[in-house]
Design a protein. Structure first.
Length: 448
């Protein structure tokens, strides 16, 4: 498996390798955790526009946060962050930022396209930095396992950016399920109506298309660990990358760590034992337009037995009759249906849950849980030496499950047997090659 570090630009290679190594050594004797509640948390940001701007604005609203560095591969995307938090040093390469800022960083916010998450987060962990990383945590199963392992090894505070984990809707659903409002759970259906291939409508990159990247964009750095390709405006950066297998995970990759999150949290799920997918059509380089992925998970104290969990996207949903709702009711555009021994729960994305039995709303006495601030929870835990409920110890296995579903969608109709401890498919060499990926020369992840 990949475990080395190198850099793609020859003129920066020696400087950055030496500087990062020196920074790692310096930080090893200056742990970032356990700081006084009266101090500030010094945060460096990688990815400063779009979701990144929203994330840094939310984290920056905490009165004890001080931003010490902003990084984006496109210099035109600093403007929003610059206006909200003026005077913060700006970088185009996160490796240079880490090396130059050194102990002026306590925590790192990662809000980039998926294919960069693991590289940046692992580099931060190797420097004993707290990490907040957008969902899905990683682009591959192997990367998720490395982040889980390294976060535990370094003892820092981590959080995945599926912020609805802390929302009153999901918190209430989790509390109701764990208190047995519908008894033990027999099966789960989760879905998101969005098309998987929702932006490009392509199966492979267009032949002969090549454009000059904007002067502000370092295209080589945007690609990073992904296979090289020519720049085409609007086709990959800065949003449509989600459609492409080399960069994102389609609808399942985008929404799985949201919608499956309360299911995992409430039922204490671990790793699936088998996965099989059925897709609308198989594309070469982009994700399917619609898919159904069937998992089987080992049983827990909250399930009746081993648990089937089915994911749908691209307009697909479970049959509404399964929900036992009143006549004329419809399932929401996204969410989960949990079928229990004494009724059902419909947990929309994002709204408070409803419970049903025999075509009627089922009464219960469990009240609404309070909202939590997902971003501030990470900051508070970093400052106090505490722990989050969505750290990499939890988010890593959840992300593994999502990425296992994506592997199944590459091999539709094949039931894949998964050995989580061995990080391997026991019955498919074809599936095994997708557990990790080839990293472009000079962009293998850094490991402590």
């Amino acid at each position: 498996m990949p475990n080395s570090i190198s850099f793609s630009k020859i003129d920066r290679r020696s400087f950055l390798r030496g500087s990062v190594a020196a920074a790692v050594g310096a930080m090893a004797v200056r742990p970032a955790w356990g700081r006084s509640a009266n101090e500030t948390l010094q945060v460096a940001v990688v990815g400063c526009a779009g979701q990144g701007l929203y994330d840094l604005s939310q984290i920056g609203s905490h009165r004890q946060v001080k931003f010490t560095g902003f990084c984006d591969v496109d210099r035109s995307r600093f403007e929003g962050a610059r206006q909200a938090f003026p005077g913060v040093p700006e970088f185009q390469d996160y490796r240079e930022m880490f090396a130059k800022l050194g102990d002026k960083i306590d925590g790192v916010l990662v809000s980039t396209p998926d294919h960069w998450h693991a590289n940046i987060a692992l580099a931060a962990l190797s420097m004993k930095k707290h990490v907040y990383c957008q969902k899905p945590l990683t682009h591959t199963v192997w990367e998720a396992r490395q982040l889980t392992t390294q976060a535990a090894k370094q003892g820092v505070v981590t959080q995945m950016g599926n912020q609805i984990h802390s929302h009153e809707a999901y918190r209430t659903g989790v509390a109701m399920l764990q208190q047995g409002v519908i008894g033990k759970i027999k099966e789960v259906h989760s879905w998101q109506a969005n098309k998987g291939n929702q932006f490009t409508k392509l199966s492979e990159r267009p032949a002969g298309k090549k454009e000059t990247p904007p002067e502000t964009l370092d295209w080589d750095l945007w690609l990073g660990p992904a296979p090289a390709r020519d720049y085409v405006g609007g086709l990959y950066a800065h949003f449509t990358w989600r459609d492409w297998k080399d960069f994102g995970g389609g609808t399942l990759g985008d929404f799985g760590c949201h919608i499956l999150d309360p299911v995992f949290t409430a039922l204490k799920l671990t790793a699936p034992t088998s996965i099989v997918a059925e897709v609308e059509e198989q594309h070469i380089e982009t994700w399917p337009g619609a898919e159904t992925v069937k998992y089987v998970f080992p049983g827990t104290k909250y399930t009746a037995a081993s648990l089937p969990v089915t994911w749908y996207d691209g307009g697909r949903k479970p049959k509404a009759a399964l929900a036992q709702m009143p006549a004329g009711s419809e399932l929401p555009g996204g969410g989960s249906l949990l079928i229990g021994e004494t009724g059902t729960m419909v947990l929309p994305h994002v709204a408070l849950p409803m419970v049903y039995a025999d075509g009627k709303v089922k009464e219960h006495s469990i009240g609404k849980e309070p909202d939590g601030n997902h971003y501030h929870a990470w900051v508070d835990a970093c400052l106090s030496g505490g722990k989050t409920t969505d750290g990499f110890d939890y988010a890593g296995p959840l992300t593994e499950a999502v990425n296992l579903g994506l592997i199944a969608s590459r091999l539709p109709g094949e039931t894949l047997a998964w050995d989580a401890a061995g990080l391997s498919f026991t019955n498919s060499k074809a599936a095994q090659k997708f557990v990790t990926k080839e990293y472009r020369a000079g962009f293998a992840p850094v490991m402590a």
